[in-house]
Design a protein around this ligand. Structure first.
Ligand code: NAI
Length: 336
């Protein structure tokens, strides 16, 4: 019997051990720690199923190399790293993991909010230097403050629940309001403009697509309430980079907690940049990122909001289910 070849990209040794236990001998499993991209795209020519994470850039050129591919089972919620139109044109299905980590990402969102609201990051650096002075560390209460949630889907709703536990008022912007939820959780849907004007903390939980590209931009950034905190665990493209830098420079944002940021993918290549031809645009992105890193009121985490032990196991379990259900002709989490 012919084996079904599956290639997993971006897997750690721990994930590899876990996944190996989930498939029987009718599968031929290959694991690469690195991402799939145009350079190594020949590797997928014989694969029937591939399973990437978000740093693999599965564009049209990469998909051209896929001769037998039937399913891309991304181990993530977002799938903007996959050219789904091209996949569709080649009759390749795409599956994702829609629900693995609403609490996980929501908890990280609050880790960023609390770090900024209570200056935990500054205090940590100071105490490691044996400095226990309080000056400059006074924070503010979350109780009574207004949280603006942009995108009240799985993660956004979990953020709302946590916010209610802190005694916050919540306003939300989402083109698909769910009025049962507003009654259950006691929050209000408002326009984007109202949300920007009235939120003490703005947190992004919408997907990144053509409609949410630069949702916050130079045209609406001045609506933001002075000194609001800005939290982004969604995707960097939901805010125009210029608007983010302008807001931080001009105290429009009193602070920012960014799990996703412009040029995340370039970071990995930073060490090779001195020996490679690098475009001016790339250098500008890195320069902007380095400026942000030096700001005391900006906390950057390396796209790790999803990364709890429990969530990663849920991701792998759903991916395995997606693959097995696809092959058995059953329902799975189908993107296209
Ligand atoms: P979801 O699909 O359950 O919810 C997204 C919500 O955004 C929906 O209610 C939708 O109606 C709303 N929305 C769509 N367009 C909008 C717009 N123009 N303005 C405001 N709201 C809009 O997705 P989920 O699971 O809550 O995830 C949200 C995003 O979080 C993902 O698309 C992904 O990019 C990001 N994410 C980040 C992770 C990380 O590790 N940093 C991990 C998991 C997800």
């Amino acid at each position: 019997m012919a084996l079904t070849p599956i290639i997993f990209f971006e897997t750690t040794d721990k994930e590899k051990r876990y996944l190996k236990k989930k498939f029987d001998k009718s599968f031929e499993l290959t694991f690469y720690p690195g991402e799939l991209n145009e350079v190594n795209s020949n590797s997928i020519s014989g694969a029937v199923i591939i399973s990437p994470f978000i740093y693999s850039e599965i564009n049209a050129k990469v998909l051209e190399k896929a001769k037998k591919l039937k399913l891309i089972a991304t181990r993530s919620t977002g799938f903007n790293h996959i050219d789904v139109k091209k996949a569709q044109s080649k009759n390749i299905s795409v599956a994702n993991v829609p629900y693995y980590g609403e609490n996980t990402v929501a908890e990280h969102t609050f880790a960023l909010i609390l770090a900024l609201s209570r200056n935990i990051h500054k205090a940590y650096v100071r105490t490691t230097r044996n400095d226990f002075a309080l000056n400059g560390l006074q924070g503010f209460d979350l109780k009574g403050k207004t949280l603006g949630v942009i995108g009240a889907g799985s993660i956004g709703v979990h953020v709302i629940k946590i916010a209610k536990g802190f005694g916050m008022k919540v306003i939300t912007h989402d083109p698909k309001p769910n009025h049962i939820l507003t009654e259950l959780l006691d929050f209000q849907y408002v326009s984007l403009e109202e949300l920007l004007k009235n939120s003490d903390i703005i947190t992004m939980h919408c997907p990144y697509n053509q409609y949410t590209h630069h949702l916050i931009n130079m045209g609406n950034i001045n609506l933001v309430k002075k000194n609001a905190l800005f939290i982004n665990t969604a995707r960097s493209g939901v805010i125009e980079p210029q608007a983010l830098y302008y807001a931080i420079d001009n105290n429009i944002f009193g602070g920012a907690g960014l799990d996703v940021f412009e040029g995340e993918d370039l970071l990995k290549e930073e060490n090779q940049m001195l020996t490679k031809n690098v475009s001016v645009e790339h250098l500008e992105v890195l320069l902007r990122r380095n400026i942000l890193l030096r700001r005391e009121n900006v906390i950057i985490t390396p796209h790790m909001a999803f990364d709890s032990a429990e969530a990663v196991e849920r991701i792998m379990d759903t991916t395995v289910e997606n693959i097995k259900s696809f092959l058995a002709g059953k329902n799975y989490h189908k993107v296209i």
